[in-house]
Design a protein around this ligand. Structure first.
Ligand SMILES: Nc1ncnc2c1ncn2[C@@H]1O[C@H](COP(=O)(O)OP(=O)(O)OP(=O)(O)O)[C@@H](O)[C@H]1O
Length: 305
């Protein structure tokens, strides 16, 4: 029998009083890949990760990690590492003590990797955690998340306060270590362009709903922007799904969903139109803005009924 997926959710929903934080989320994610969980503030990323790590429970539907509901299931919880910004450590704990505790909890803990990262981040391990700077505090979480080598690790925006150099160290080390010790990584991030090279699969969540669930490779070239004379742009994009539209006098720039064929490239050249690729960040921004607009449209239609 093949192993259960690392993450499985079926019609998963979570409601906090009047907030629908997750709305019918269906995911089936195989193990040993790096997933990006992307979305705007309040989209539902932390809620999803907290349910998947057994720290919260669903209102409806199911969530499984390696085939088991994680909530209060110790054998499953011991396979999971969850690193979040609001991580609390016991008062007066030093970073070195936090690492010692993590080494006891995580059976795949690698002390050599932890020490290596301490040096790379220049972390004062003998200082009390509550005296650390915001970036140093993030480094403690990143080190635990990486050195745990847990079968599944959730990083919920682990880099807040980390400077650009430290973030690059995190990305480089993660890729390097993942290549040697493949495992399942779920990374939530707002710095989409920064992490886009890291991600193998992208999940975009918006207002509790999954709006993109696709291989990162598939998303490359999944949309393009065409710029030029407004009439010619309109002619070229007739019938296409428009994600975004900018107009300036007789010029127009349209971002369109879909892949460009060679024929379309030739046609654009004949019409004197410029074609440019759309980055993952732009694609996510456009998709979430459109999903919000569609939702508002639906709500307006509902209200008019
Ligand atoms: N304990 C709670 N009680 C009430 N509402 C909550 C609670 N936790 C989260 N929410 C709401 O649920 C929605 C989803 O929140 P969540 O923290 O999952 O978003 P997020 O995508 O992680 O956001 P961010 O990127 O800002 O961290 C938000 O509207 C939030 O205000």
């Amino acid at each position: 029998m093949s192993e259960a997926p690392a993450i499985l959710t079926r019609a998963l929903s979570k409601t906090y009083k009047d907030v629908r934080a997750l709305d019918n989320v269906n995911l089936e994610l195989p193990a040993n890949r790096i997933y990006g969980l992307l979305g705007r503030n309040g989209a539902g990323k932390t809620t999803l990760m907290s349910i998947l790590t057994g720290q919260n429970f669903a209102t409806e539907g199911e969530a499984e990690i390696f085939g088991h509901t994680p909530f209060e299931h110790d054998p499953t919880l011991s396979r999971i590492c969850f690193i979040r910004e609001s991580q609390k450590y016991p008062d007066d704990f030093k970073a070195s003590q936090a690492f010692k505790a993590a080494a006891i909890f995580f059976e795949n803990w690698n002390e050599e990797l932890a020490q290596d990262l301490v040096r790379a981040f220049n972390l004062p391990v003998k200082r009390r955690i509550k005296k650390l700077s915001r970036g140093q505090l993030s480094a403690v979480g990143v080190i635990i998340g990486m050195a745990s080598r847990a079968e599944i690790t959730f990083f919920d925006e682990p880099y807040l306060g980390l400077d650009a150099v430290a973030r690059q160290i995190f990305y480089d080390r993660l890729i390097e270590d993942f290549a040697q010790f493949p495992r399942t990584i779920v990374l939530s991030s707002h710095l989409i362009d920064e992490v886009s090279n890291l991600l193998e699969h992208v999940i975009v969540i918006d207002q509790g709903r999954i709006v993109i669930n696709a291989e990162a490779e598939e998303l490359q070239g999944a949309a393009f922007t065409v710029t030029g004379n407004a009439q010619k742009v309109a002619q070229f994009t007739a019938g296409c799904k428009v994600l975004h539209r900018d107009a300036l006098g007789s010029l127009a720039s349209l971002t369109v969903q879909g892949r460009l064929s060679d024929q379309q490239r030739r046609e654009a050249a004949e019409l004197g139109l410029d074609l440019s690729p759309v980055s993952l960040q732009q694609l996510v921004v456009r998709s979430t803005l459109n999903a919000a607009a569609d939702q508002n449209g639906t709500m307006e239609q509902e209200a008019r009924k």
